[in-house]
Structure formats: structure tokens, C-alpha cells
Design a protein around this ligand. Structure first.
Ligand SMILES: Nc1ncnc2c1ncn2[C@@H]1O[C@H](COP(=O)(O)OP(=O)(O)OP(=O)(O)O)[C@@H](O)[C@H]1O
Ligand SMILES: [Mg+2]
Length: 309
């Protein structure tokens, strides 16, 4: 979602060293603990990459199947460090005007109409100022006077050509607006890019990032995620849900159930006042976990659910 805010005071124009801010995480264990406090459960690898990204000042490229916690990792880092999250949602056709900035043509036009009679060279200096600039997420993150977490979500959706724009920003953390000057980040944002791997990203982009593959969690971590995300879920039920979901993921499916779906399933079972998971309950609620009829049929066969009824 490209939010549009007015650039406030252009605090970073022509200034700033692009340095990192004070380190909020002392070590890997501290990064795991900080994220856990926000309800985000890491494994050792995730905690390590978050710690290193901050220490080395490098963006994280989080890649993996849908619903495994890529986007929420950025949200958790923001919550854990108390920094604002600035989100650039990528899509096909994303351009500079939606990613960086654009001029507020409507407002400029009104100003021109109001100042009727003024010469163009007089007007030009009036309408190409901060007041007429709409900042989009990348510029918003760079021009922020406070450190922010910049989430560039689903980067694989933009065309390879648009990656060049991201590369430029990630390299220099500065943006040049011809009419105004160069805006340089006063504190380097903590950047998380996510990808669902729908296409291969450029080598150049990958090279600049710390790569993090997030896969489905193991039973223990999924159980903890469920307990952290679903209020009132009994521990025993959380364990059973994690085990059953794990066994379903072992079946070759068109779309394996993700963490989002196991959370949905847990909420469903609670809503239906289920305390024990048996074949009949699973059969009755499989559609919450699976999104294709062919997958449902396959899992019913695999778990031998036909005989449960
Ligand atoms: N490690 C985790 N700790 C706590 N909650 C998690 C974790 N992983 C996933 N979740 C929860 O699972 C849900 C899906 O996560 P999220 O939206 O971040 O996935 P995603 O990988 O970005 O998916 P998509 O590729 O579809 O965008 C969210 O409700 C999130 O809170
Ligand atoms: Mg996501």
C-alpha cells in the first residue's frame, strides 16, 4: 500500500551520513528474545539473520512459501525495536511515482490558477517545493528523521526493470529530486524484502541482501506460534494441530497448509468448541486448511478419513 505523506521539513536534504542507528539487539539470543516478545517466534537462523542484518547494515531478503511469516517478520522487527514500519507493497507496474515520490499536480494546478498573471519563472519556484510533493514509501523511509523499518513486500512481483530503482535506493539510501536536491537518509532504515519466488530475482539485488529462506516451522515452533497467536488455545490442542498439519504437509499437494492456515484451523476448532482432534473433526474442517478440492480428496485418502465417519 503506497501511503502518501508530505515530506516534513526535508530534514535529510543534502545532509546525513547514512549511518546505522544504535544497535537494539546485543546478540543473536537478544534478537530472538526481542522478536518473541512481539509474539513472533524465530528459529536460530531467523534470529541470526536479523541480528546480522542490523550489525552489517544489510537488507534481508526473506523468501519462502506463502504464509510462513515473511511479512510479519518485518512487522515484528519494527515492534521489537519500537521503530515505525514503512511498507512498499510491490505489484506489476510499480513505478517511481508510486515507490518514490510524485508531484501533487492537482494542487499545483490550483496554485497556478490562483496565481494567474504570474510569469512561469516566478511560478516554477513556488510549485516545485516540499508543499507540492507527495512522498511514497521509499522516499518516506529515507527522509524520516527517526529510524524506520522499510518493508519492500513481494518484490518478485515487480518487473526486473523496476528492480533497478530499488537497487539504486538500497545502494545509496539517497534520492535525487531534480527540482529540490538530494535527500539522504540520516539513519539507514532496517530493510526487509520479501519474495514468494514467483520469478528469479536479479543477481545484483540478491548480492546486496542477506538471504533468509523461511520454511514451514517444525512441530515445536508451530505449536508455540499457535499459542502465541490464538488466545485461549489449550496446549494439548496446539500440539495436536501442529502434528496433524505437519503430517498433511508431507503429502504432495498443490498448496500445502501454511502457518496462516493452521492459525485459522486452531481458531475454527476453538469456535466449534472442539477439544479433541479425531478423524471426523479433521474431515469436517479440512476446507479451512486446504484450498483445492483435489488436495482435500488426497488428504482424506492419506489420513484414511473416509472410514472416520
Ligand atoms: N514465526 C512466527 N511467529 C508468529 N506468527 C507467525 C510466524 N510465522 C507466521 N506467523 C503468522 O502467520 C500468518 C502469516 O504470516 P505472514 O503474512 O507474515 O506470511 P507471509 O510469508 O508474508 O505470507 P505471504 O507469502 O502469503 O505474504 C500471520 O498471522 C503471522 O502472524
Ligand atoms: Mg507476505
Amino acid at each position: 500500500m503506497a501511503t502518501c505523506h508530505k515530506l516534513s521539513g526535508l530534514g535529510g536534504v543534502g545532509a546525513g551520513s547514512g549511518q546505522n542507528v544504535a544497535m537494539p539487539f546485543a546478540d543473536v539470543a537478544d534478537s530472538a528474545a526481542g522478536l518473541r516478545r512481539t509474539g513472533y517466534l524465530t528459529d536460530d537462523r531467523i534470529a541470526q539473520v536479523v541480528f546480522l542484518a542490523e550489525r552489517l547494515g544489510k537488507p534481508i531478503l526473506a523468501e519462502g512459501p506463502a504464509g510462513v511469516g515473511k511479512t510479519s517478520l518485518a512487522m515484528a522487527v519494527a515492534a521489537a525495536t519500537g521503530q515505525r514500519l514503512v511498507r512498499l507493497q510491490c505489484y506489476e507496474g510499480l513505478d517511481e511515482a508510486k515507490a518514490l515520490y510524485e508531484w501533487n499536480y492537482h494542487k499545483q494546478l490550483l496554485r497556478i490558477q490562483t496565481d494567474e498573471g504570474k510569469r512561469w519563472d516566478e511560478l516554477e519556484g513556488d510549485i516545485f517545493t516540499e508543499d507540492f510533493l507527495l512522498t511514497r514509501p521509499l522516499l518516506e523511509a529515507i527522509s524520516s528523521t527517526e529510524p524506520v523499518v522499510l518493508l519492500i513486500d513481494e518484490v518478485d512481483r515487480v518487473e526486473i526493470e523496476s528492480e533497478a530503482l530499488l537497487l539504486e535506493v538500497l545502494d545509496s539510501f539517497q534520492v535525487t529530486i531534480p527540482e529540490l536536491g538530494t535527500v539522504t537518509a540520516t539513519s539507514r532504515p532496517f530493510v526487509v524484502l520479501t519474495s514468494n519466488n514467483t520469478r528469479e530475482l536479479s543477481e545484483a539485488l540478491k548480492r546486496r541482501c542477506l538471504f533468509l529462506h523461511i520454511d514451514y516451522p517444525d512441530v515445536q515452533r508451530e505449536r508455540e506460534i499457535l499459542l502465541s497467536r490464538v488466545d485461549g488455545l489449550p496446549e494439548r490442542l496446539a500440539t495436536r494441530i501442529a502434528e496433524v498439519v505437519r503430517s498433511i504437509r508431507a503429502v504432495p499437494l498443490r498448496k500445502a497448509p501454511s502457518v496462516s492456515e493452521s492459525i485459522d484451523w486452531a481458531r475454527t476448532l476453538l469456535a466449534l468448541a472442539v477439544t479433541e482432534i479425531d478423524g471426523a473433526v479433521t474431515d469436517d474442517t479440512l476446507h479451512v486448511l486446504l484450498k483445492y478440492q483435489s488436495d482435500i480428496a488426497k488428504v482424506r485418502r492419506h489420513l484414511d478419513l473416509g472410514s472416520a465417519n
